[in-house]
Ligand binder design. Structure first.
Ligand SMILES: NC(=O)c1ccc[n+]([C@@H]2O[C@H](COP(=O)([O-])OP(=O)(O)OC[C@H]3O[C@@H](n4cnc5c(N)ncnc54)[C@H](O)[C@@H]3O)[C@@H](O)[C@H]2O)c1
Length: 366
């Protein structure tokens, strides 16, 4: 097991990544929060509970009260939060109660937000069950729900008391979800960890075969990268923006395909290809680095084909929540393992990078 410390102005906690954490969750959580409160709630979804509920409950003297969120982005709403909060209130939840978010990024984001607003904030613990949630969304305290007008438009920073990323639960995750989540690890390496890039290049077969050691190393390095960034910039006023590498075009791809075609990580995979193309044109990476990093992305593919027009994607980047005052922020890799944020990528420059990405996507199809 590897333990990574998050240390921000608002909270300090540990993120644990390793095997067999789920079986011994209760004492681990008790240790992290001081002692288990009288009322412990677990927010999860039916499919995850059916697969892992028994193992989850094994170490609790008294079973946590289970609350359920139906799978899918369309349930990541304020209406779900209200329904869940009412269930908690009816079950006697008070300020001293604890909420455990046990699921993928959707359960984690909704659970975190519920904990942030229930009685103005109660403690919560993240037990992420997808690779994406383990390496990214469960760490850093961003919580929230969607509006019809956009994703994650309502939210709050609310740090968990602890995170337990059990590698065993990934055993039931589909290959497609696993690969999509690994795109966030590829991202972590490209922007801040050269050694992770090298490791993922050299051990792709083991990682994709879910070898426990290879996964633990990849997951822990990704978490370490994210924690290091969050420790320096909890509220995304500067450095934390580099975590959005691949996200300007990635979010645009998700938006124009109405969140129905691509998994988040797949959109980020293509978004990283476009960002690499901008970086190559600007000379922040050389051709050898471009080839190397692009190959790494495809090693963890296949990414789905894209049947879209470049102009449509470029115009969709205008609606990104990360833009401030109409300025489009863009994260560019600088060499391998470093990145910076620029605000002056013009539409034609972006369009040519998106055309490059679409040409590569057409090769996938052909
Ligand atoms: N808060 C943050 O910092 C942050 C960062 C990145 C992404 N996100 C959010 O995360 C969400 C996406 O998360 P996700 O990719 O985990 O998707 P998800 O939560 O929808 O989970 C993907 C699917 O996998 C299933 N699943 C989960 N764990 C499983 C397991 N162990 N075995 C079998 N099936 C399992 C789920 O039921 C679901 O159908 C988005 O809403 C995104 O906005 C948040």
């Amino acid at each position: 097991m590897q333990t990574i410390r998050v240390d921000t102005p608002s909270a300090q906690y540990e993120v644990h990544a390793g095997s067999d954490l789920l079986e011994s969750l209760a004492p681990r959580i008790a240790h992290a929060v001081g002692r288990l409160p009288r009322r412990v709630f677990v927010l999860t979804s039916e499919p995850i509970w059916a697969l892992w509920g028994q193992t989850f409950c094994a170490s609790f003297a008294e079973e946590p009260i289970a609350l359920f969120l139906a799978p899918g982005e369309r349930h990541k709403t304020l209406a779900s939060v209200e329904r869940l909060a009412r269930q908690m209130a009816q079950a006697g939840a008070d300020r001293g109660s604890l909420l455990i978010a046990f699921g993928g990024g959707i359960v984690g984001d909704v659970g975190g937000f519920l904990a942030a607003v229930y009685m103005r904030g109660i403690p919560y613990v993240q037990v992420p069950t997808t690779l994406l949630a383990q390496v990214d969304s469960s760490v850093g305290g961003k919580t929230g729900v969607n509006l019809p007008e956009g994703k994650n438009m309502l939210g709050s920073f609310h740090q968990p008391r602890a995170v337990f990323a059990d590698i065993g639960v990934l055993g039931t995750l589909s290959d497609r979800e696993l690969r999509a989540g690994l795109m966030e690890s590829v991202k972590a390496g490209i922007i801040r960890d050269r050694l992770l890039v090298r490791f993922m290049e050299d051990h792709a077969a083991e990682v994709l075969a879910r070898d426990a050691k290879a996964l633990e190393r990849t997951i822990a390095a990704s978490i370490r990268m994210k924690a290091g960034v969050v420790n320096k910039d909890e509220r995304e006023s500067g450095l934390r923006m580099i975590l959005n590498f691949g996200h300007t075009v990635g979010h645009a791809l998700e938006r124009v395909t109405r969140y129905r075609v691509l998994l988040h990580g797949e959109a980020i995979g293509w978004g990283m290809v476009a960002a690499l193309a901008v970086a190559r044109r600007r000379g922040t990476i050389n051709q050898r680095q471009m080839d190397r990093l692009e190959s790494l992305i495809y090693q963890y593919g296949p990414l789905p084909p894209l049947k879209l027009r470049a102009a449509r994607i470029v115009s969709a980047t205008g609606g990104d929540k990360k833009n401030v005052g109409g300025v489009r922020r863009f994260v560019l890799p600088v060499g391998v393992g470093d990145a910076g944020v620029v605000e002056d990528v013009s539409d034609p420059e972006l369009k040519s990078a998106v055309e490059y990405m679409l040409a590569r996507a057409a090769e996938v199809e052909g």
